[in-house]
Write a protein that binds this ligand. Sequence first.
Ligand code: 26W
Length: 768
Amino acid sequence: MTFERKQFLADVGRILAADYATDLSRATRKELYNAVSKAVMQGAYADWSKTSAGGKKRCGYFSAEFLMGRAIFNNLMNLGILEEVEGALASVGQDLNAFEEVEDAALGNGGLGRLAACYLESAASKGLPLDGYGIRYRYGLFRQTFVDGYQHEEGDDWLRWGDPWSVRVERDAVTVRFADLSVRAVPYDTPIFGYRNGVVNTLRLWSSEPVQPFDFSAFNEMKGDSKAKENFEATKICDVLYPNDNTMVGKMLRLRQQYFMVSASLQDIVRKQKAAGKDLLALDSDYCFQLNDTHPVIAIPELLRILQQEGCTFEEAFGVCSRVFNFTNHTIMAEALEKWDSLAIADLLPDVYEQIVGCQKRLENEGLDGSKFYIIREGTVHMANLAIYVAAKVNGVAEIHTNILKTETFRDWYELYPEKFVNITNGITPRRWLLLNNPRFARLIDEKIGTKWHTDLKEIRKIKPHIADMLPSFQVIKAENKRKLAAYIKEHEGVEIPENFIFDVQVKRLHEYKRQMLNALSILYFYYGIKDGSITDFPPTAFIFGAKAAPGYYMAKAIIKFINEIAKLVNSDEEVAPYLRVVFVQNYNVSYAEKIVCAADVSEQISMAGMEASGTSNMKFMLNGTVTLGTMDGANVEICEEAGAENEYIFGATVDEVATIKRFYWPLEIIGQNPALKRALDTMIDGTFSDEAGSLKKLHESLTAGHTPDRYLVLLDFADYVRVKEELLRDYGTEEFWTKCLLNTSAAGKFSADRAVSEYAKLIWHIK
Ligand code: 26W
């Protein structure tokens, strides 16, 4: 389809007039954003009919989170009209970049939600029939600000900007029934545009509404009017995304959300199959479903229930489920493996609970050892076990992670069903994470090797013979990206970062296992070393952090406070000003990541070995030509394999070492032998920093006292970390260093989400 500037501007003008009684010259940013987006949606671009029109087996990606970020730029790019729209707007004195203000769709916490978003984009770009199913949260992940160094959370009213990229599909609404409440589920469909291939897949997000049209007597809730109360409760289900990352909190509302989205999705699909006269027992010839962690696993008993309601026997229904469902695990943290109280499920969803009991009985009838294999035990339902028992395939998200699943986390299950377990190493979409966020670098690569890498990232290895040629331009581009980021940080955080500094970046959720603490302690080590003269000629470095902490995660919030205190100390010290700068950016999200990833010189991936399932920001940095400072954990291991360990900066205990050391670990000994480390630690308790709330003291305790001091071996790895980090910073700027950066880009081919979804399609989904 060719872009007609005149037609497009006429469409935008018409929408502005109809929706807002305004025109192109007077429209506000928000009005213009909505009209431009709608003009694209209403144009022939968002044509679902070609690709979603059945005939082909499709996969449904069931996920409680889709961290899509900003849609407009990516959509225009994938449709191949980014420059055209920019030009059209410029011709009437409007600036496309003004839409940088548009709020991200932050309907996810972190890695798991962003992975889902990358997979949708890649599947559409590969022409694979994959659709997302989830919840249209009214409020996404909280907006973060810092007040006196502490994290503050505010509601994320992302719909404030409107949601012009979705359409409400009234005719597909269904009713979802809880024991105490029935709610109407209404889908909002967002098109997922493939990269310049005309494919349009769907992200279907369900919104909860009262079964009866909204009734103002809802406001009489206090008077005990039960109908009104139902209306009120129904709207609450989709109110807000749970901001927990890696910790399970057994809240009933969360269980309602999980059941709500899978029940609506499955009812809708089964209804369509019936309407098309399809045999439900052959559901697997038209559909399969990927369960993104345990959050949607309740889909299994729900489909069992629906199929029996349609006349199947339990065994028949079980057979269907064992062919349609697959399960991805994203974390080995015990506190993140979902378990629900049996009574809670039985109370809220009696018919669904009955199916879970059916699964447990079936498992017992097979004569399996009940001490190893159970779904319900001691009044608790183990969602991961339910998923593994029923699903066709179970996968981990990086080689090392899948191996840990096989040998530790799910060892017994692996021995029982070795054929179920597969590894699919995560990937990222190179469109958003290079073409869009780093266009000048993308163009430099295009000049050398053409554009095939846009859709086949393995091709990017062809830049290898051109690396020497590319170095000067690459440095210019990186410097430009750094300048832009520094300006943005100055404006939004009020911290000045000289652009000639090394940009050392750690961005990811705040968690003790990710060890932002290790990074923080190293900064104090450098700070005091520079002050007392034991460190000389320190390469000027800015340490940039971005992370949200779960609002109820005390230690994570204390770490944010600690780093903000360090920033205050360092940034106000004129003596170290030529060498050090520290900034913790507020409200780190996908859009911030796009700015940071292309400007980083160092990618910190420093989790305790064995803890980070994969990591995906490590891949984004690598692709953008950034070296990794990391442990042998998650996908870092494969990054080293691909790029050569000599092109990364690796330190710390390995998984095997961690396992042995943990048995007799005593951190006080390490502190005793390392006065510089002790000095850094003491800042938490010696009055260096204000700590009225006592949270820094608690942090100090978590590292030095109690039953398991320093659970994540921060102090164990400290010396090696600082040694390798200093080596990296001193290498910076040499030709060898810049060469390493581009060797990383050239070796990033494996980490394309295109490769990952192709593997899912072939090994698990059997779709084309
Ligand atoms: C029950 C609460 C809860 C919440 C979130 C449990 C588990 C989670 C997620 C599994 C956390 C998550 O996002 N995991 C990340 O998934 C990424 C994509 O596979 C990986 O790259 C990260 O290593 C992993 O931490």
